[in-house]
Ligand binder design. Structure first.
Ligand code: G6P
Ligand code: ZN
Length: 543
């Protein structure tokens, strides 16, 4: 029986997408009508009749059930076809690629990215546009408005689709194509990078550790690194996606990927280490005994991208989010290409990529990517590093040191203060904003403030303006502090303090980042009076 039912519902408060889709605690998402209201609001805004969508997620708890609901609702709303990853699995970049490859009308990705998963952890849903990128604010706002006025949703009464079987299925009048989640993505990677060179490097004894953190990139990493590139079996660890990520916090940073860090700084460290997040769009790379900050990674990738076949023609431009260090700007200057500074959130790169004004983009939040898809892409970044290592035949440490010697070093770190009471965090930011006008000219920790503002961005392509994107305090010596509240959490507030200091070299390029940043860190605490407002004097996470 396949009958379309219209279910009466009521608006549910708080279905407002954040930095990257709607993210809530899993029990909230599993609550009565919660998922259905949001999905109907998506279809009401983008229209489903006759359309083709991609569907997949990072495999976290509720991923499989939510996929069946979304499929039945797509069918009831008149969609013609949905392309689904087997078992409803797709990494975020692979979903973006499938949307583009199949010229679909967009896609729904089930993920809460790097947030923990499980019955009491996080779940999320987001819509990506036909270009493969996250819906822009105008669209997510319209979806949110729709959630506030929704009165019913449509669902098809039908059996579950067997998402384990690759091939074509029928759901009412809608076609469901279940596809291998890895194949098309792996082919794309093979088209961009010098696989023979990387294969030769592995054959020559190069050792790598890839930590997928029990999240979605496991099958992608095994297929690409071990099967296609010949990395020894066991190179990929935590490579089976689990609904609760094995209890891990699948966020690839030095705090949460501690096992990888310990190995890379240990006595038997391999040549190269990498990790990726819940949905596969973030990455962390580590050399033997040396951590690569995401901002430096972006700069090195931009400077060396031409070594990879997919980027041989050079870069059209580069873009970074405002809190990301200016290291990549120096590379752009040397290459004579444009560099753009956008607000936090991958969606802000979309227009630049679509318009052909930027080729490589990156963020301090462990995201790097290019115009090959419209999401950041963890494995892409890891493969570009491998390509560079294979061609330059140097260690990560040597590449970084040469980079700093040439461009100078932007010492950089982010300090996170997690689970602060929202009211207190808001009060701190309000006080900081109120104090901005009085800051220029002040001497703090031996540095003089040159300017202080709240970052606003005018999109150079469509002219849209985004305000209040983070408070910046810039010093005359080039140091910088940025304060922002996280837009991806599901409970309380996380204060992020981004710290940067430039060293031109040739001396002072090899310091410990925290030591080099010490005066900037002290200034950051003084200017915002973090301890008084939040009761915290030390960060929970340091990247
Ligand atoms: C997601 C987005 C990124 C963004 C990050 C910021 O991962 O995809 O583009 O940089 O969130 O997170 P935050 O918690 O700092 O708002
Ligand atoms: Zn992610």
């Amino acid at each position: 029986m396949t009958q379309i039912t219209t279910v009466l519902t009521e608006a549910i408060a708080g279905q407002k997408p954040g930095t990257s889709g709607l993210r809530k605690k899993t029990p909230v998402f599993m609550g009565r009508h919660y998922l259905e209201n949001f999905v109907q609001s998506i279809f009401d805004v983008v229209g489903a009749a006759g359309k083709t969508f991609v569907l997949g997620g990072d495999g976290r708890y509720f991923n499989d059930r939510a996929a069946q609901v979304i499929l039945r609702m797509a069918a009831a709303n008149g969609a013609a076809r949905v392309i689904v990853g087997q078992e409803a699995i797709l990494s975020t970049p692979a979903a973006s690629h499938l949307i583009r490859l199949n010229k679909t009308d967009g896609g729904i990705i089930m993920s809460a990215s790097h947030n923990p998963g499980g019955p009491n952890e996080d779940f999320g849903v987001k819509f990506n546009m036909p270009n493969g990128g996250p819906a822009p604010e105008g669209v997510t706002e319209a979806m949110y408005r729709r959630t506030t006025e929704i009165t019913d949703y449509k669902v098809l009464e039908a059996q579950d689709v067997d998402l384990g079987r690759i091939g074509r299925h029928q759901l009412g009048a809608m076609v469901v194509d279940v596809v291998d989640p890895v194949a098309d993505y792996a082919a794309l990677m093979e088209s961009l990078f010098d696989f023979p060179a990387i294969r030769a490097m592995f054959a020559g004894g190069f050792r790598m550790r890839m930590d997928s953190m029990c999240a979605v990139t496991g099958p992608y990493a095994v297929e690409i690194l071990e099967n296609r590139l010949g990395a020894p079996k066991g190179t990929c660890v935590n490579a089976t996606p689990l609904p609760d990520f094995g209890g891990m916090h699948p966020d690839p940073n030095p705090t949460w990927a501690k096992a990888l860090m310990d190995e890379m700084f240990g006595p038997d460290a391999p040549d190269f280490g990498a990790a990726s997040d819940g949905d596969g769009d973030r990455n962390m790379v580590v050399g033997r005994g040396i951590y690569v900050s995401p901002s430096d990674s972006l700069a090195v990738l931009a400077a060396n991208a031409q070594l990879a076949p997919g980027y041989k023609a050079g870069l059209k431009g580069v873009a970074r989010s405002m809190p990301t260090s200016a290291a990549v700007d120096r590379v752009a200057e040397a290459l004579g290409i444009a560099s753009f500074e956008t607000p936090t959130g991958w969606k802000f790169f979309g227009n630049l990529l679509d318009a052909g004004r930027a080729t490589i983009c990156g963020e301090e939040s462990f995201g790097t990517g290019s115009d090959h898809v419209r999401e950041k892409d963890g494995l892409w970044a890891i493969l570009l590093w491998l390509n560079i290592l294979a061609v330059r035949r140097q260690s990560v440490a040597e590449i970084l040191r040469e980079h700093w010697a040439k461009y100078g070093r932007n010492y950089y770190s982010r300090h996170d203060f997690e689970a602060i009471e929202t009211a207190k965090a808001d009060a701190m930011m309000a006080a900081l904003r109120g104090a901005l006008a009085g800051l220029p000219g002040q001497q703090i920790e031996g540095m003089t403030v040159s300017t202080a503002d709240d970052f606003a961005y005018t999109d150079p392509v469509d002219g849209s303006v985004s305000r209040q994107q983070g408070v910046r305090v810039l010093f005359q010596d080039g140091s910088r502090i940025v304060y922002r509240l996280s837009g991806t959490g599901t409970e309380g507030a996380t204060l992020r303090v981004y710290l940067e200091r430039y060293a031109a070299g040739p001396d002072g390029l090899d310091l410990d980042a925290q030591a080099a940043l010490a005066p900037v860190i002290r200034a950051a605490h003084r200017i915002a009076d973090i301890a008084t407002h939040t009761g915290r004097s030390a960060p929970d996470v340091v990247t």
